[in-house]
Design a binder for this molecule. Structure first.
Ligand code: SF4
Ligand code: SF4
Length: 454
């Protein structure tokens, strides 16, 4: 299962998600946990930057006076337990995130690679991944990442003026120059990488500019978009949801995804991996998406703190969702505990009636529970703040997704969908099935909302 905010290997569309748990060969050791995914934070929330919207910096208050460094002893415990719980899997991912994981120094990750070799079973492949802000990458770092074939996610919000709006360092200085230098080093050393872009008030109206910057100026082929939603208490007498000013607007989020999708459909299917579109295609194919927010249930993606504490999810690092510590319990037992199963099932079981009746529920699934801070028109709690955006996006992509799913089922490349749309006459009905003319539907020229208003 893939969690928001980590590098991903592609393509994932056809990778069927394995479910259920059972005894491993010989029945020895802890119960194997298929689909387990751990986001490990070796520096806890500690980071060298001070991005305005970072939800994790505030977690420092959970551990007052702590040094926030994972010890070598705990590193060994973690890698061993993770591989024990994944002993039936042909491939295991060891995922590092932060805070900023590069603050640990490259030797920490060399040790992690060595421990993984020691504890993996013969023939088992271990993929190491890291999500970083990229500012501390050096030649030495990138040589190590390349040598051990790390998959690196690097956080960039778009062209420098967009990126620097919220992603600043502790002195409030812009960071885009340092990030782009890190990206260049990754490229020079041949390190496989993804771009992770948060979408917020500062770039929500510039989807094409942002996407084309990644594709054309940076030459990136793997992009993830993450909506920023920061809840705040409603003003006196106000109703939920209330969010910070920099949070993405739900309608703008829908327009952002639609604009990028239309551009991608015209020329990039099969060439550029956009995580939301891959996940959507999986849903149209009837395959469980690997992106947890669009899965029916979750709970197999936990967060591991620098001191061994395990939390239900990276977005629920709080005392209420502390499952235990790997120093005193086994990771596999914590993840399969009734409490964590209830957490994961609540994603499906707590959906409001509006979602249960929704025509795109098979793809949206009410998205992530952390964003379910709104009320339905009937006043029922638990509607996703981003609902309007997702409804617009999934409705818009329905026709093309049906065509792509049909191509894939017939063993054809999904990229052929671009030909279907290109062949249609401008005044003919759009191949998406909307009933509208192609020129006002999927052949409409793409323009950023910000430019259209200018
Ligand atoms: S709460 Fe569930 S859906 Fe949301 S990020 Fe965590 S694992 Fe994914
Ligand atoms: S689009 Fe809205 S109503 Fe439909 S499943 Fe998603 S959050 Fe629920």
């Amino acid at each position: 299962m893939t969690v928001h905010g980590e590098p991903v290997a592609a393509p994932v569309v056809m990778a069927a998600t394995r479910r259920g748990a059972g005894p491993g060969p010989g029945g020895r050791g802890p119960r194997p946990v298929p689909g387990l995914h751990v986001l490990a934070k070796p520096t806890g929330p500690i980071c060298n930057l001070d991005c305005d919207y970072c939800y994790f910096l505030a977690k420092e208050s959970l551990y007052p006076g702590d040094r926030f460094r994972m010890t070598d002893e705990l590193l060994e415990t973690y890698v061993r337990q993770l591989l024990e719980s994944q002993r039936d899997e042909p491939e295991v991912t060891i995922a590092w995130q932060g805070g900023e994981p590069t603050l640990m120094g490259a030797d920490f990750f060399r040790r992690a690679v060595g421990l993984a070799r020691e504890h993996a079973r013969p023939g088992q492949r271990v993929q190491h991944t890291m999500q970083t802000n990229g500012t501390l990458l050096t030649d030495e770092w990138c040589a190590m990442l390349a040598e051990h074939r790390f998959l690196v996610g690097i956080s960039i919000d778009g062209p420098p003026d967009v990126h620097d709006r919220y992603r600043t360092d502790k002195r409030g200085a812009p960071t885009s120059g340092r990030v782009l230098r890190g990206l260049r080093l990754l490229r020079e050393h041949g390190v496989e990488h993804n771009v992770l872009c948060t979408v917020h008030a500062g770039n929500q109206d510039r989807p094409l500019e942002v996407y084309r910057y990644f594709r054309d100026e940076l030459g990136e082929r793997f992009v993830q978009f993450i909506p920023i939603v920061e809840p705040v208490a409603p003003a006196d007498g106000g109703e939920p949801p209330a969010v910070t000013e920099r949070s993405v607007d739900p309608d703008a989020w829908g327009r952002f995804l639609v604009s990028v999708f239309d551009e991608w459909l015209r020329r990039d299917v099969g060439e550029v991996f956009v995580q939301h579109f891959e996940a959507a295609l999986a849903s149209w194919l009837g395959v469980e998406p690997s992106l947890c927010i669009f899965a029916e249930t979750c709970g197999r993606a936990v967060a591991l703190g620098h001191n061994g504490d395990v939390y239900s999810c990276d977005h629920f690092v709080d005392p209420e969702h502390l499952l235990g510590n790997i120093g005193t319990g086994h990771l596999a037992d914590l993840v399969t505990s009734p409490r964590q199963q209830a957490f994961g099932n609540a994603k499906r079981d707590a959906l409001p009636q509006r979602c249960l009746d929704c025509r795109v529920r098979f793809a949206c699934r009410g998205e992530c529970p952390k964003n379910r801070i709104g009320l339905t028109p009937d006043g029922e709690e638990g509607l996703n703040y981003l609902c309007a955006g997702y409804l617009a996006f999934f409705t818009h992509v329905d026709g093309p997704m049906r065509l792509m799913a049909d191509l894939v089922r017939r063993g054809r490349p999904a990229a052929e969908v671009a030909d279907v749309f290109a062949r249609a006459g401008r005044n003919e009905r759009c191949p998406c099935g909307s009933g509208r003319k192609a020129k006002v539907c999927h052949q409409r020229p793409a323009v950023d909302p910000a430019r259209a208003r200018a």
